[in-house]
Design a protein around this ligand. Sequence first.
Ligand SMILES: Cc1cc2nc3c(=O)[nH]c(=O)nc-3n(C[C@H](O)[C@H](O)[C@H](O)COP(=O)(O)OP(=O)(O)OC[C@H]3O[C@@H](n4cnc5c(N)ncnc54)[C@H](O)[C@@H]3O)c2cc1C
Length: 326
Amino acid sequence: MANGICVFAEHYNGNIETVVAELVSAAHFIKETTAEKIMAVVVSQDCETLIGQMGRLDVDEIYAVKTESDCAFQDDALSSVIADMIREIDPSSVLVPATITGRSVFSRVAAKLGCGLTADCTELLVGTRENGSYYIKQNKPSFGENVFVTIVTKEGCYPQMMTVRPGVYTPYEAKEEKVPEVKYLDIKAPASKVKVVEKRPAASNADSILAAEIVVVGGRGTEEEESFKLLKSFADSLDAAIGGTRPLVDTGFIPFEHQIGQTGYTIRPRICVSFGVSGAIQHTEGIKDTKLMIAVNKDEEAPIFNIADYGIVGDLNEILAKYLEK
Ligand SMILES: Cc1cc2nc3c(=O)[nH]c(=O)nc-3n(C[C@H](O)[C@H](O)[C@H](O)COP(=O)(O)OP(=O)(O)OC[C@H]3O[C@@H](n4cnc5c(N)ncnc54)[C@H](O)[C@@H]3O)c2cc1C
């Protein structure tokens, strides 16, 4: 009988990705109801270093496969190894980061295992069937991000496999280090059809709204070319990333990766300054964990002021122009 909540320990350049700790938070939430053990799967040339980084995640078991070469970007070989691992450990659910690697590898894993894969979940809840068995309610935005759907894997079909959007859960950190049980599996990676010719870091990481300490958020009030230019100059002056509400994405001012909210991304910056944002719940869900929130809006009744630590009532163009002049 399938048992256990399994998390894919994605890593890059010798470091476990932060999103893994986020998924472990989701796993602990599920465990509170199902009482299943939490497992992690890691595939690497250097499993020891990566396992050493997982001491504060409070996972019960780590399953590892040591590869002869670095399998990064060789998703065909990696998916074959992981499918074999999952067959062997037989978890009831598999939680995967909805990253480029997670999506690419696990769509292949799902095909090899003949199971489903729910993509891009933003919330995981636990349901109980009449017979007392548990299932995961895999909630995600759909139909062009216009509706929320709950996807449930058919009873008896295991594993329930899902990718989870980065930034949705707070990274898990146990108070004390725990040494989990580590099991090395004797699985060989097949030869990959992918040859990595060169690795180059992305041009700039500073613009990622998930990593930024300060995020400047634009709403529909900044939808004029001039207003957006002022917003951008303001963000540059603070070395901040730019995020926005959905209208700003719809009109092409910012890419979807910078949309904040229920169907966009959840951010936890130190400071967030928002301009021309009304404060709809679908947006504020994505900024509620900001440490210091400042909002500018010309409407003193705008709901954004209910969640702001400081509010400025006024025309954003005038306020930004004055600030930049100084
Ligand atoms: C299922 C679903 C999912 C959704 N997901 C998201 C999501 O993830 N993220 C998201 O953002 N939205 C989402 N939305 C849309 C959301 O409901 C709101 O429509 C959206 O957040 C409103 O964006 P806004 O605040 O920029 O625009 P508006 O609500 O139009 O507000 C614009 C504000 O700007 C102010 N303003 C205008 N001009 C100025 C000026 N010159 N100076 C100062 N203030 C000015 C106005 O007073 C107003 O308060 C979703 C909706 C649905 C139905």
